[in-house]
Design a protein around this ligand. Structure first.
Ligand SMILES: Nc1nc2c(c(=O)[nH]1)N[C@H]1C(S)=C(S)[C@@H](COP(=O)(O)OP(=O)(O)OC[C@H]3O[C@@H](n4cnc5c(=O)[nH]c(N)nc54)[C@H](O)[C@@H]3O)O[C@H]1N2
Ligand SMILES: Nc1nc2c(c(=O)[nH]1)N[C@H]1C(S)=C(S)[C@@H](COP(=O)(O)OP(=O)(O)OC[C@H]3O[C@@H](n4cnc5c(=O)[nH]c(N)nc54)[C@H](O)[C@@H]3O)O[C@H]1N2
Ligand code: SF4
Ligand SMILES: [Mo]
Length: 723
């Protein structure tokens, strides 16, 4: 009775792997990469290779649960037993859970207005339906506040779109034809591992790999050249490179004159960024900046893989804008193996209006509901008024781990008058504050339509298993809730297949010929860039002939709209206020990179015993110089602090960061010493463009921890009660 089911990994990762699941008598017995997928080519990352451990983990939420104890992290048993938190809950039936939720939401809406309800979701699944479909319909019809989902990528998107008009880029397959590959704030080994084999092929053919990253990642360690740029100074670096390129006449005058607007403004602007000056900001040498610029402009084809690390900075929008100008100036978009990639997501435009039905807000409120930015959850829970947030409905997210300014978030989540529902697969940091926990399916247990942000293949992910326990998918949960609320609109009765069909019924020419039936048969299909119904595998060169998606149709090196936002219409380097360039750096002189872990996915997977040994967590990585100046040795317990909070970590003096920079990794708070995670130090400050998060613009100070270890300094394995 063995059967192999085609699925697609829905985790928040550019690769969106093709997956094969072997099912034997209703039980998954094997997971492997689909060898037929042209980009992900039959292998999976370490995290998803171990996915059976996740699906069948004894720690999964399998039934609806109601809180029976005070909110907050329960005193835990001494064996790092996350399940211990279950004693905080009693099992209830789905009927009881849904009755209680609908009654509470109705009461809150009646007393405070429906905008007192805030949905909170992000990247648990990037499945088209699980990410945004029935849930949006439900909250729109309810008249709930809208969530500005800006925690990850909006600064970069805004920066790139301000030049190109769309967020699309070079396809990964073309990297094998490149001769000069720049990984700019892109941790390819950790976060985008399926690009790596293409880079290796190119290198076997003589290509050079350059990594621009303040942290010596595994990718940087494998590179031909690592440039450890100071955090938040990439705008200056890109402008400095263009200074050299234009001054030395290495630019593509023909491409620029035909396809760009504002080259003369750019030429004038970059005069302000000679390499000598840029060297002081970036910490790189003048000679290296010149060499990088000359090589990038002359070794062809050259491609830039920029990732979102660069835009988690106060000036992240401008950095993305400036970097995305480079392939315009050199005309690199003309060449197979040239160009630039931040994301490919802009190519998958579907019928989101049909899926999400924003018109339903009109019915509920007579207007669009207010928008609250997820980056500022702490502020939303503690300060927002008219109306205050009285109900928080969390799914696809773990805000008590991943939001900046963790202490404020937790203060808000602890409010006794806040009604919190969490739809989850595990008892996460956030379920520690939930009134009701609902069990969610994994991608093995529901059907999905899967896009990607690192390649151009659309996939169907088939259901391999019946839901475990009483788990429900996001779609099924919100369909059921809508019925309980008495929402009669027909869209609340749509099936998964109905919604896949609606999504594909789009004006996007690249979806022409794409149907559910074809996807079901083939598993994955490349977007139809010829727009003629017969897909070909010709290289996709989106901007070889211009065709920018801006209003002018040109690449906008000068952008009038930026002026209105108080920004330079070309580009300008404004140092982050939380950086060594600011006076505030006197009190907290070190720049913290509050990073992701290579073997977790944001906070997901960090509770999985089979993956935990692969990551050394609870560390503060620092340079020899900064450690020595503070009398700190490798292995010492250190206090890391700033005006927002403090955390005790173990010093690791390992040469991964340069002087002035320290780094630590994201993890579940309750698995981190003292039940706090690195986000106690990060800021809610928003980026220059896109109102995005600034996880990598954070100043801290570090000192040797001197007192006797209190509850907060003990290892994750010991008893720790918050505050
Ligand atoms: N294994 C794994 N894979 C993941 C994730 C994960 O957590 N783990 N997360 C997923 C998600 S949500 C996303 S958005 C993508 C993100 O993928 P990436 O954008 O690659 O993610 P980051 O790790 O945030 O940043 C990349 C690199 O930027 C560097 N960096 C930080 N500040 C600066 C700077 O000012 N300038 C420069 N030049 N570099 C800087 C960091 O040190 C880091 O090595 O990855 C996805 N894939
Ligand atoms: N310090 C620091 N903080 C960061 C970052 C960083 O680099 N450093 N990165 C930021 C970035 S780029 C991002 S994208 C955010 C990510 O923030 P989140 O999207 O909240 O990321 P995760 O921690 O992966 O949490 C996702 C949760 O969704 C659950 N889930 C998975 N599938 C489903 C499903 O089908 N249904 C439901 N209901 N739940 C599901 C998972 O079990 C998991 O607990 O974090 C941000 N926070
Ligand atoms: S997390 Fe990324 S690399 Fe790993 S299986 Fe999923 S899509 Fe592939
Ligand atoms: Mo992200």
């Amino acid at each position: 009775m063995k059967q192999v089911v085609h699925a697609a990994c829905p985790h928040d990762c550019p690769d969106a792997c093709g997956v094969l699941i072997t099912v034997d008598n209703g039980r998954a017995v094997k997971i492997q990469g689909d060898p037929a997928h042209p980009v992900t080519r039959g292998f999976l990352c370490a995290k998803v290779t171990k996915y059976l451990d996740r699906v069948y983990s004894p720690d999964r939420v399998l039934y609806p649960m109601r809180r029976v104890a005070a909110k907050g992290i329960a005193p835990q048993s001494a064996d790092k037993n996350v399940r211990a938190t279950r004693s905080e809950f009693e099992r209830i039936t789905w009927d009881e859970a849904l009755d209680e939720i609908t009654a509470r939401l109705k009461n809150i809406a009646a007393e405070f207005g429906s905008e007192a309800i805030l949905p909170f979701s992000y990247g648990g699944t990037l499945g088209k339906l699980g990410y945004a479909s029935m849930d949006r319909r439900f909250f729109h019809r309810l008249g709930a506040s809208q969530l500005d989902r800006n925690i990850c990528s909006e600064a970069g998107s805004a920066g790139v779109k301000s030049v190109y008009g769309a967020n699309i880029g070079t396809e990964p397959e073309q990297f094998r034809q490149s001769k000069y590959i720049i990984a700019w704030a892109a941790n390819i080994h950790g976060n985008n591992v399926h690009l790596w084999p293409f880079i290796e092929e190119a290198r076997r053919d003589g290509a050079k790999l350059i990594v621009i990253d303040p942290y010596r990642t595994r990718t940087a360690a494998c590179a031909d050249w690592h440039l450890p740029v100071n955090p938040g100074t990439d705008v200056a670096l890109a402008l400095g490179m263009m200074h050299v390129i234009i001054k030395e006449n290495l630019h593509d005058a023909d491409y620029v004159s035909r396809h760009a607007l504002g080259f003369d403004d750019l030429r004038a602007k970059v005069k302000e960024y000679p390499p000598e000056k840029v060297a002081r900001w970036t910490g790189l040498s003048t000679a290296d900046i010149q060499k990088l610029a000359r090589e990038y402009a002359t070794v062809r084809p050259a491609v830039i893989r920029m990732n979102y690390g660069v835009q988690r900075s106060e000036n992240g929008g401008m950095a993305s804008r400036a970097i995305s100008m480079l392939p315009i100036v050199t005309g690199s978009w003309k060449e197979v193996g040239g160009g630039f990639q931040l994301s490919t997501s802009g190519a998958f435009k579907m019928n989101d209006v049909a899926l999400e039905r924003p018109d339903l807000m009109q019915k509920a409120l007579g207007r669009p509901a207010r928008m609250l930015n997820m980056v500022e959850l702490g502020k939303q829970l503690n300060e927002t008024n008219d109306p205050p947030v009285k109900a928080l409905f969390v799914y696809n997210s773990n805000p008590a781990a991943i939001c900046p300014n963790h202490n404020d978030v937790v203060r808000g989540l602890l409010r006794p008058d806040l009604f919190t529902v969490v739809h989850e697969q595990f008892f996460t940091d956030t379920t520690d504050y939930a009134d009701i926990v609902l069990p969610a399916t994994t991608f093995f247990e529901h059907k999905e339509l899967q896009t990607a942000y690192g390649h151009y293949y659309l996939q169907i992910s088939d259901q391999a298993l019946e839901p475990l326990g009483e788990c429900r998918s996001n779609v099924d949960l919100f369909r059921e809730l809508a019925e309980r609320m008495g929402f009669e609109d027909n869209c609340f009765r749509d099936s998964v297949d109905d919604m896949i069909d609606q999504a594909l019924n789009s004006a996007n020419p690249w979806l022409k010929g794409m149907s559910r039936e074809r996807l079901e048969k083939k598993g994955h299909i490349r977007l139809n860039f010829e727009g003629n119904g017969t897909p070909s595998s010709k290289p996709f060169l989106p901007y070889a002939e211009g065709n920018f998606r801006t209003a002018s149709g040109k690449a906008e090196l000068y952008n009038e709209r930026l002026k209105a936002e108080g920004l330079d219409p070309v580009a300008a380097f404004v140092p982050p206020t939380e950086s060594r360039h600011d006076a505030s750096a006197k009190a907290f002189p070190l720049e913290l990179l509050a990073r992701k872990a290579d073997n977790f996915l944001n906070s997901t997977f960090s509770n999985l015993p089979s993956l935990q040994p692969m990551e050394d967590t609870g560390l503060l990585e620092m340079s020899r110089k900064d450690a020595k100046a503070r009398g700190i040795r490798d292995g010492d317990t250190v206090r890391v602090f700033n005006g927002r909070g403090e955390i005790q970590l173990k010093a690791r003096v390992d040469g991964r960061v340069s002087s002035g920079v320290v780094a630590a990794k994201l993890n579940w708070a309750k698995l981190t010493p003292g039940n706090l995670n690195i986000n106690v130090l990060t800021s809610e400050k928003l980026s220059d463009m896109g109102n995005s998060a600034t996880f990598y613009s954070v100043l801290v100070e570090v000192e040797l921890f001197r007192g006797s270890p209190d509850a907060r300094s003990q290892a994750a394995t010991s008893v720790g009660v918050r505050r």
